[in-house]
Design a protein around this ligand. Structure first.
Ligand code: NAP
Length: 263
């Protein structure tokens, strides 16, 4: 099943579930930047909520907002019983500590899964594992390589794959090219999240039955969205960019919102 088909099917299931809820699940998005990329992500999240029968509220703050004002807003929504899920769109302006904001969100409403005590699986890793599960990927004992070790993708991805009993290797910018080639050649699953246009290409060897999950979002010279892997690598399955992990991440967010609403 393609990612688009999978997402459409899962959204239809959520929309049906929403009918049995006493009230619509409610997501609040706080945005304190004027980045066009963030605007597009936020529009996508609001659209997704509408499609699955959830309510979304955008709290738009000026990029000049103080840390105290933003933290007060977070607190207000933390305490509001009508709010099930609360996320703060990144990036934040320089005067605001991302760490403080992530720690301020009530872990029970932290549907992004960023708080250390959160009960929610971060959206990108969750979306990827849900899709691979649907595709019948046999995680147990498989060699998984995660390229990138960020707090929002690489690290939670590696922990989630470990919990699925994969043999997980995390590669990063300090890994030698020789070692990258070695681990990639032995990988059954490669999750690439480094933000380097077309990094995975034909200079590497791949197992023919390998799966490549491309998290990267880059612009090519023509300004088009492209991933961290070149298209059509000689593997069994490769997720596209666009139309790939971004959609799975958005789906995982509404799934987390529904879990929060059920609580
Ligand atoms: P990030 O914070 O941008 O960090 C990049 C990671 O890649 C770091 O761990 C870095 O290693 C590693 N890295 C950089 N160059 C490398 C190289 N040549 N070889 C191996 N590792 C290298 O990571 P991120 O926030 O996870 O973002 C990664 C990409 O995913 C970006 O393109 C971002 O836009 C995209 N993204 C997509 C989604 C989605 O839903 N589709 C969600 C989140 C992010 P060091 O730790 O050693 O510096």
């Amino acid at each position: 099943m393609t990612i688009k088909e999978f997402v459409a099917l899962e959204k239809a299931k959520l929309a049906e579930q929403a009918q049995s809820f006493p009230k619509k699940p409610h997501l609040v998005i706080i945005q304190a930047n004027d980045s066009p990329a963030s605007d597009a992500y936020v529009r996508g999240k609001i659209k997704d909520c509408g499609e699955v029968g959830a309510e979304a509220t955008l709290c738009l703050l000026p990029p000049t907002v103080s840390e105290e004002e933003l933290l007060n807003k977070v607190q207000e929504y933390n305490e509001d019983p009508n709010v099930d899920g609360l996320i703060v769109q990144l990036p934040l302006p320089p005067q605001i500590s991302e760490k403080k904001v992530k720690l301020a969100v009530n872990p029970g409403k932290d549907v992004d899964g960023f708080h250390p005590l959160t009960t929610f699986v971060p959206c990108t890793p969750k979306g990827i594992v849900d899709y691979l599960t649907e595709e019948g990927f046999p995680f147990q004992g498989k060699n998984a390589v995660v390229l990138g070790r960020s707090e929002i993708v690489g690290k939670p991805m590696s922990r989630l794959l470990l919990s699925k009993n994969c043999n997980v290797t995390v590669l990063h910018s300090k890994t030698s090219e020789e070692d990258k080639a070695f681990y990639i050649a032995h990988a059954d699953l490669i999750v690439v999240a480094i933000g380097r246009l077309g990094f995975l290409d034909n200079r590497f060897q791949y197992k023919p039955d390998a799966v490549i999950v491309d998290v990267g979002i880059n612009r090519n010279e023509e300004g088009k969205l492209r991933g961290d892997a070149i298209p059509d690598l000689p593997v069994a399955l490769q997720t596209p960019v666009p139309g790939g992990v971004g959609l799975l991440t958005r789906l995982a967010l509404v799934k987390n919102l529904f879990i929060a609403a059920k609580k």
